[in-house]
Every structure is written in structure tokens, then in C-alpha cells.
Design a protein around this ligand. Structure first.
Ligand code: SF4
Ligand code: SF4
Length: 408
């Protein structure tokens, strides 16, 4: 099997095909600390792409309540269990390097190219079971903890995990497809299923560790998130050619999602773009981490981890960068505060930002560290260098006029 370089696990790994990287890669960051579980993103996707007959059970994007929620049910707990069986020393990280087997390396010796499982109809039937529920069922096989996690103050915890296809750099769905019906676009890394080639064998459904490829019984072929590619291409008539973020990103009420296109090197890492907001969050500030990097697909969705959740749980979910990411997020520096203001001020894709310094407005100490707030202005630019918007750190203070327009 060819060897490819996976920077998220900091080593080479087996993958059924030679590495091939797009010019730019579709990527996104979701801030779990601010997600309110409103499901606006879920419904934005549903009402755009999966409202037809045979798609009733399909949620290309969904928001599940961790630790017990999952769509399909217990998708991650089930795969982690399989991985544990393949990794006798459990999932070992040595510093930033994953030493266990990925889902490609742990594939059964004969047959499948990827370790996975096919969820049952029952697993797909309850997309938001355990919503807002911090305590799992007692005595069930797939529960994660005996009595729920304990925190000194709250006793229990949960958080919302918003999910969609990660348009992985090493897609498991693509690797497993015997018809070569799945492809990764060279221009933006979006992973698509060619409906005319698919024969509905469901190998992709079995292989995708995130369970984001789904089978449609009415057409007997598989479907998945298409990253709203007409919007990303700038084909939506609303924007006059400017590239636009996906529906789930643009609709986010909590302003927790940002999606963009990051430049790739020939070796498959992100090319340095210091002023690109996603590059800054993932590679410079390092506060956004991939979901289950140990699976090995190099997912292009990144999460700012929830700061109130036990660290061993987060370590398993986001890998070894968790502590540092939470520390930086809890006491953000000047640049990070400014960049966080870029989330959801516009539905256009941001390629670059600049910061204009403003006055100091607040000073304090958080978690034993000094914190200073400046009312800086952050400016977002599009693909051709055009200014998309500018926004300030401090919310503007608006006073209503004496007489409102609806007053008589
Ligand atoms: S998340 Fe799953 S469906 Fe999406 S590209 Fe990765 S392996 Fe394929
Ligand atoms: S729209 Fe935003 S805040 Fe609401 S559930 Fe989705 S990610 Fe969370």
C-alpha cells in the first residue's frame, strides 16, 4: 500500500492511493464553546439538499449532544472500540505523533481496505437522541461512562458537537469505493460521489469513520454533503461571482462557524498564509483541532474544544493539542480576540484579514494571567483582495431615537 504523509498524526501512514492534493482545500472551524444547539445549521442544510423522498433519514450536517448523543447512534464510541481492539496498547500518542493504527492500517487483512462498520437502520432512526442530556443510560453496552462525568461544581457536563463531512485529505469513503465513484476535486478538495457510477454497495457508508456518507433507498445510490459547491464556486446569483460559505455556515445563529479555502503545499500541508483566518486559528494560534485525528483521514473540519469538559475525553476526541488550545482560548491575546470577531459577519469566504489597532478598553486577570482588551478593528478581504467588511472588538453602543418609527 502506498505511504502518505499525514501531518495531523505527524507521521507517514498507509493509504490505498498515492497522495494528491488540491490547490486549495475546503476547510472549516467550529467554536464548540459558543454553539447553542439551535439546529439552524441542520435545518438550513436539510431544507436545501435533503428534503426529498428517500432522504427522510438523511442529515448531511447535524448537531449532537456529547457525550451520549450521536448520529448514527454511538458512531464514534463504536469505531473507537474497534480501533482499541486493533491497537492493543490503546490509542497511543507520543507527544504529537500517533503510534497506534489508523482505520487504513487496521483494515482486516482480506477484503475491506478500511476498518469500519455499517450502522443499522435503528442507528440512523434517532438523529438527536440524548439532546441536552448529560447523563447516559446505565447498563448499556455503548455508554461511555458508568455514571456520567463528574465536575466539582456542575457534577455533569455536555456540549454540542456540530458535524458535517470533513472533505478529508485522505477520504475513507473514496478509499473504500470499489467503483471509483468517489473523487476529490483538484480545485477545492471537495469530496463528491458520482451518482452515475455508484451502484449502492454502501462501502463508503461502512468506511467513513464520521458516518457522513449515506445510502438513499429510493435511488439505490449513496449521497453525501457536497459542501454547497455552487456557493463555494461563487455561482450563487446573490453574490455577483464572489465565493460564498456553505448554507450551514452562513445560517449559524451562534456565530460559531467559519469556512474557507486554504492553500496547500505539494507535500499536503497547509501553505503559510499568515493572514488567512483559518491558517491563523489552526496553525498559528493552534486553538482549533481536528476531530479524531487518530482515524487517519486528515479531516478538514477543526474545532475549538469546549473548555468545561474533562480533558481525557477531549484528548481522545481532538488529540494532543487540547490543553494548549483551551489555555489560549481562555486567556486570548490581542490578535486572537480580533480574529474571533470575523465569525459570521458575512456569508462571503474570507481569504485574508488585517487588524487596525484601537484604544485599550479593559484590563484584568483571568486564570492567573493578565488580560487586556483593545477596541481593534478587524478587516476581512475576499479572493481578489476586495474588502468584504470591517468590524470592531467592542459592540457598538446604539441609542434608539426618542420616537420609534412605529409609535403614533
Ligand atoms: S468525512 Fe467521511 S464522507 Fe466525508 S470525505 Fe471524510 S471519509 Fe468521506
Ligand atoms: S446554527 Fe450554529 S449555534 Fe446553532 S446549532 Fe448550528 S453550529 Fe450551533
Amino acid at each position: 500500500m502506498p505511504k502518505v504523509r499525514n501531518w495531523q498524526i505527524n507521521r507517514e501512514m498507509d493509504y490505498p492511493y498515492e497522495a494528491a492534493f488540491p490547490e486549495r482545500q475546503f476547510a472549516f472551524v467550529i467554536n464548540t464553546n459558543r454553539c447553542i444547539g439551535c439546529q439552524t445549521c441542520t435545518m438550513a442544510c436539510k431544507s436545501t439538499w435533503t428534503f426529498s423522498k428517500g432522504q427522510e433519514h438523511m442529515w448531511w450536517t447535524n448537531v449532537e449532544t456529547k457525550p451520549y448523543g450521536g448520529y448514527p447512534a454511538f458512531w464514534d464510541a463504536k469505531l473507537l472500540k474497534l480501533l482499541d481492539e486493533r491497537n492493543p496498547d490503546k490509542q497511543v500518542w507520543e507527544e504529537k505523533t500517533f503510534r497506534g493504527q489508523t482505520i487504513f492500517e487496521g483494515a482486516p487483512p482480506h477484503g475491506s481496505r478500511v476498518m469500519g462498520y455499517l450502522p443499522t437502520d435503528q442507528d440512523w432512526a434517532t438523529p438527536n437522541l440524548y439532546e441536552d442530556n448529560a447523563v447516559g443510560p446505565k447498563g448499556e453496552v455503548d455508554k461511555l461512562h458508568e455514571t456520567g462525568e463528574q465536575l466539582p461544581v456542575h457534577k455533569t457536563w455536555f456540549f454540542y458537537l456540530a458535524r458535517l463531512c470533513n472533505h478529508c485529505s485522505y477520504p475513507a469513503c473514496l478509499a473504500a469505493c470499489p467503483r471509483q465513484a468517489i473523487y476529490k476535486r483538484p480545485e477545492d478538495g471537495i469530496v463528491l460521489i458520482d451518482q452515475s457510477r455508484c451502484r449502492g454497495y454502501r462501502k463508503c457508508v461502512e468506511a467513513c469513520p464520521y458516518k457522513k456518507s449515506l445510502y438513499r433507498p429510493t435511488t439505490r445510490v449513496s449521497e453525501k454533503c457536497i459542501a454547497c459547491y455552487p456557493r463555494v464556486e461563487g455561482k450563487d446569483p446573490e453574490t455577483g461571482g464572489q465565493r460564498m460559505e456553505t448554507r450551514c455556515m452562513a445560517a449559524c445563529i451562534g456565530q460559531v462557524r467559519m469556512q474557507g479555502l486554504v492553500k496547500m503545499t505539494k507535500e499536503g500541508d497547509w501553505a503559510e498564509e499568515r493572514q488567512h483566518p483559518l491558517y491563523y486559528l489552526v496553525k498559528v494560534a493552534k486553538i482549533a483541532l481536528p476531530l479524531y485525528p487518530q482515524f487517519g483521514t486528515e479531516p478538514n473540519g477543526y474545532y475549538i474544544p469546549p473548555r468545561w469538559v474533562p480533558r481525557d475525553y477531549l484528548f481522545q476526541m481532538f488529540g494532543p493539542g487540547v490543553e494548549e488550545a483551551i489555555e489560549r482560548y481562555r486567556v486570548p491575546d490581542r490578535e486572537l480576540v480580533a480574529v474571533l470577531q470575523l465569525f459570521r459577519r458575512s456569508n462571503r469566504i474570507i481569504y485574508r484579514y488585517e487588524i487596525e489597532e484601537g484604544p485599550k478598553v479593559y484590563e484584568s486577570e483571568f486564570h492567573g494571567k493578565p488580560f487586556t482588551l483593545y477596541d481593534d478593528t478587524v478587516i476581512a478581504f475576499g479572493e481578489k483582495g476586495e474588502e468584504l467588511f470591517r468590524t470592531k472588538v467592542e459592540e457598538p453602543f446604539l441609542t434608539r431615537p426618542d420616537k420609534h418609527i412605529n409609535w403614533v
